[in-house]
Design a protein around this ligand. Structure first.
Ligand code: SF4
Length: 320
């Protein structure tokens, strides 16, 4: 049972790249206002495809279906490309692992940030530049006036990521979708960016859907967590509950890979889950994790029960 409508409410999302390949197999996600929902899993689990499907940014030819997909109560599955584009600029924004995916190397930071506001709010270029300078300062960039005149290649990786975040905030979005926003950064800058996202969330009431393969990132920022494996959410819970009481063997395996300070001796290898994520083209009957699961039993090859503790902790597994 959910009390209030979530800002983003996705139920039973499926994505196909062709009739044979179903990459996303019934993913459900809720992102509450002012909270961070982390989607975690290894590469190839379907995290980014799910986010792109929500934003309506899938590659040409890909098909998405869902029982429902709502933003602030409004159905967004049936929106025209034009309305979706407006929603993406105005109320939902996305940032990526590599800022150069979004920043155009041929234009100054100022002109591309201002352009967002000119396009979506029909303000003057100067008003766009003023807003850009204000946001660069908000994301902790000193001398914003000077940065506006620079090109992306003149900035460090950490600064570029801050510019991306500032650009995403130009139209005051309510939802920020961040796909591995700190993966390419060193540990110190990563911590700064996560702190920045948390501060912005508190100040602006932002909802954040954050995609990561790093449970260390999840521990720092998540209110809720969905663990994805082979195109499905195999476990979802509040962050506190998931870390205290992981139920799915895959989640437990991921947690076992996270080093706990003081428990790893110098030179000792970190834990890892044996085996690899199955190819999405392989198709599934039963549990997609069974080739890697030490608890696998014959029933796991036939079907997987969905379990719910009644307090919002759900997982797919035969184990109780
Ligand atoms: Fe392991 Fe079976 Fe549970 Fe899958 S359903 S995680 S194979 S015990």
């Amino acid at each position: 049972m959910h009390d209030a409508p979530a800002l983003l409410d996705v139920e039973g999302l499926r994505v196909r790249f062709n009739p044979k390949i179903e990459a996303i197999r019934g993913v459900s996600l809720r992102v509450e206002r002012g909270q961070t929902h982390c989607v975690v899993g290894e590469s190839g689990c379907g995290k980014s495809v799910s986010a792109l499907a929500v934003m309506g940014l899938l590659a040409r030819g890909a098909k998405r279906h869902a029982a429902h997909m709502r933003f602030d109560g409004q159905d967004i599955l049936g929106l025209s490309e034009r309305d979706l584009q407006k929603l993406r600029g105005d109320r939902m924004a996305m940032i990526f692992q590599e800022p150069m995916t979004s920043l155009n190397p041929a234009y100054t930071v100022g002109s591309q940030m201002a352009e967002v506001l000119v396009r979506h709010r029909r303000v003057s270029k100067q008003q766009g530049l003023d807003r850009a300078a204000e946001l660069l300062a908000k994301v902790g960039i000193t001398a914003p006036g000077m940065r506006l005149a620079q090109y992306p290649h003149q900035l460090s990786g950490g600064l570029r990521q801050r510019v991306m975040i500032a650009m995403a905030l130009m139209c005051d979005p309510e939802l920020l979708i961040a796909d591995e926003p700190t993966t390419a950064l060193d540990v110190t800058v990563q911590a700064q960016i996560l702190r920045l996202l948390r501060d912005l969330q508190q100040e602006l009431g932002l909802a954040i859907l954050l995609i990561t393969h790093d449970l260390g990132v999840v521990a720092r920022i998540a209110h809720k967590v969905s663990v994805m494996y082979a195109g499905e959410v195999v476990e979802s819970a509040s962050a506190t509950d998931l870390f205290a009481n992981p139920r799915h063997p895959y989640t437990r395996g991921l947690l076992a890979c996270v080093p706990v300070p003081g428990t790893i001796k110098r030179g000792e290898p970190l834990g890892s889950i044996p085996g690899t994520v199955p190819r999405i083209a392989d198709g599934f009957v039963g549990c997609g994790f069974r080739d890697r699961c030490v608890h696998a039993m014959p029933a796991c090859a036939i079907s997987v029960p969905s379990r719910d503790d009644g307090a919002g902790h759900r997982y797919l597994c035969h184990l109780q």
